[in-house]
Structures are given as structure tokens and as C-alpha cells.
Design a protein around this ligand. Sequence first.
Ligand code: PHE
Length: 447
Amino acid sequence: MSNPATPTNVQWHSRLGFILASAGSAVGLGALWKFPYWAGANGGAAFILPYIFFTLTSGLALVMAEIALGRHGRGSVVTAMRRTGGRLAGAAGAFSVLTSFVILSYYSVVGGWCLAYLGDALVGRAVSGNVETLREHFATLVSTGWLNVSWHLVFLTLTCAVVMLGVEKGIERLSKVLMPALFILMLVLTVAGLFLDGAWEGVRYLFDIHWSDITSQSVLNAMGYSFFSLSLGAGILVTYGTYLPERACIPTASLWIAVLSIVASLLAGLMTMPAVFAFGLAPNAGPGLVFLTVPLIFSKLPGGILLAILFYASLLVTAITSSVSLLEVVVAYLRNNCHLTRRASTVMCWAGLLVLGAVSALSFSAWSGLTIFGRGFFDLLDYISTNFLMPLGGLAVVLLMGWKAWPVMRSELLSARTFPKAVVGLMHFLIAFLAPLLVLCALLQAF
Ligand code: PHE
């Protein structure tokens, strides 16, 4: 596996392994950490409805296009795009590599928070019924520079270790065990949360639709989140697609990925929002939301301390399955296009990400005064990636696969099984027209 001359020989062990690894990339801190506080800040249902719409239209189209592109082109995202669409497309691929790198730098900071909470859970400190204590605890973690940077360092190192082990041994095995565990725990938390006094307020907040709450900003944020949660536009699914065997059916796998990602997001919302209302927190409390509510619910449960350990362990793993996918994009590029070994590529990334991530981590403390366009560094990277970099990367892929390379796309879609003409027509419409149009509107609005 570490021989750079043969990276394309790597393959997923099974179709399930591919789906779980891709869903593992999709389901991560996006669903568990970002969704609750974004839904909270954007008016609940006013955000959720457009999010589901985008995921099942432009999102699904992009998932299919990215996987097909990867499987057809093989190699890295840059190689796959160049082989399929020429030099310009290759340049767009390089842009995706950059996107992945940027996202991973701040993602790793949040991953560090999960590690910190797991550490707390292990010494019995992660469960409390006191909102003020929890708030202070989170604030101390993020605003103590060295602490925040250290946890980021540990998380990043863990991610690099998994990537060094390679696709099958590292990523696939981990996803198969811990993804199901996480879903079960989220269900437990949701049910427990619903029994709290006042919990239904939270459910209503999530699902009652007030049309007047739907603003262009909430729609834009929903689109950005849909991209983020499906890991689109950053070369992830292209890279994972390069390891996919011919006999796997791309439309079915794509639908699974989209559905699992929606389910995970909604579950995360259901797990968080009822507790927000039951304990009198503000739904728009920001990035710390899930780290405040979960300990509160656990404090009400028998065996809460043990459950907390399990929860933070699974949270950490979903974070790692996503961070690993981000790093794999960059590493695959360095191996295929710069002819470095897996080990050397990983070590180089580690060093670069350590620095960039540290700047994000410090933007909560020492460098909090440093703002660009009114945003701190962490916030800025997140905003730029979800609203510009990922949509731009996605646009390049759908334009390529829907237009220039449609025959390739079509044969990839139909490689494992045939679909009725109308279904193929619908997929074509989604990939060539609807997805580019939606992404373009969102981009224009963001500008
Ligand atoms: N989809 C991941 C999540 O929800 C984040 C991610 C974004 C991963 C982009 C890869 C690429 O946490």
C-alpha cells in the first residue's frame, strides 16, 4: 500500500465498507456539532426544510457525479479530473485538494474538543446538571490557548496515524464498528431527552414551519450545510470513488449516503434541541451547543457517566472518519501526483495542518482580536469553505460530469444495473441542470 507506483490497486473490501466509509465521512461533526447550532441559529424548520431539499437534489446529484468521476478516472482527484476533462478540470481538482486541507485544519480543532470531553468523561467530569458549570467548562477549554492547541495536536496526530495505516486496515474497519454504535447512542439520548420537562418545545422549534423565517440567508446556510454534511466539493467522494470496484451500483450507494446523512443530522437535532428548551438554553447559543446539552441529558440518566464515555468515544470516531477522509484527499494527491510515499505525504500534511489549525485554535483566545471581514480566523475558514470553496468545487464536478463527460457518467451510473429510461433522464436533469443552477444561485447570493 505504501508503494506510490500502485496506489490505484487499492480497493474497498466490500460495498458495505464503501458505503459506511463514505457515510462515515459524511456523518461527523457536521451533523453532531454543526447541525444543532446552525438549525438553532437559522430558525429551526426554516433551515431544515431547504437542507433536506438541497440534499436530495443537488446534493444527491453531486454525490453520484463525484463517485462516478473517481471510479472512472482513478488516481487522485486531480488525476481523475484531468483524465476525464483535461487540464482545466485537473486544476479544479487541485482546488479541491486545497479545500480539503483548509477544512481539515479547523475541523481538527473541533475534533480536539471531542477528545477533551472524552478525557473528562473518563475521569467522571463530563456529566453535570449545572448549566453555568458546563458553560464555564467549555469556555475555559476553547479560550485557554495552549489547551486548545494541544488537543488539536493530539486529534491531528490520531488522524494521521489512521491514514498511514491505509484505506482498508484503518478507515474501513473503524467505520464498520463505530458508526452503528453512534446511531444507537444517539437514539438513546433522543428518547431520554424527550422525557425532560418542556422538551416538546424543542421538537416544535425544529419542525414547526414559519414561512416568514425562511430568508435568503437561511437558505444559503442550508445549502452550505448540505455540502458540508455530504462532504461535497472537496474531492472526498472522488477519492473514495477511486477505490470502488466496478460492480458497485453508484446510484444506490449515493442514495444511502444521502439518507444516512439526513437521518444523522435530524437525530442530532432531536437529541439536542429538546434539552436546549428543557434547560432554558438559547437555541442560537453557538458552537458549544452540543457540548452543553449532552452532559445535561446524561446527568438525568442512570449510568450517565458510562453512557457519556461511550458517547464521546463514538463522537470522536465519527470525527476521525471524517477527518481521515479529508486527509486522504491530500495524501492521495501527493502520492499520485508528486510521487511521495504515503508516510512522507502524511507527515508533511501533519506539519502544515498543525500550524494552520493552531491559528484557528488561537482565534478563540490570544488572537481573538484578529478579525477579517468581521470574523475570527476559525469562523472565517469555516465560512469561506462551506459557502465558497465547496460549492465552487462541486460546480466544477457537475458541469464536467453533466455536460462534457455525460457519456462516461451515464455508463458509470449503469455499470452495475440498468435503470428505466425515465430514471436515467431524471438523473441527467439533476446532474446537468438542477444541481449547477442551485449551486450557482447560492454562489451568486454568497458573493
Ligand atoms: N461531512 C463531514 C461532517 O459532516 C465534514 C466534511 C466536510 C468531511 C467536507 C469531508 C469534507 O462532519
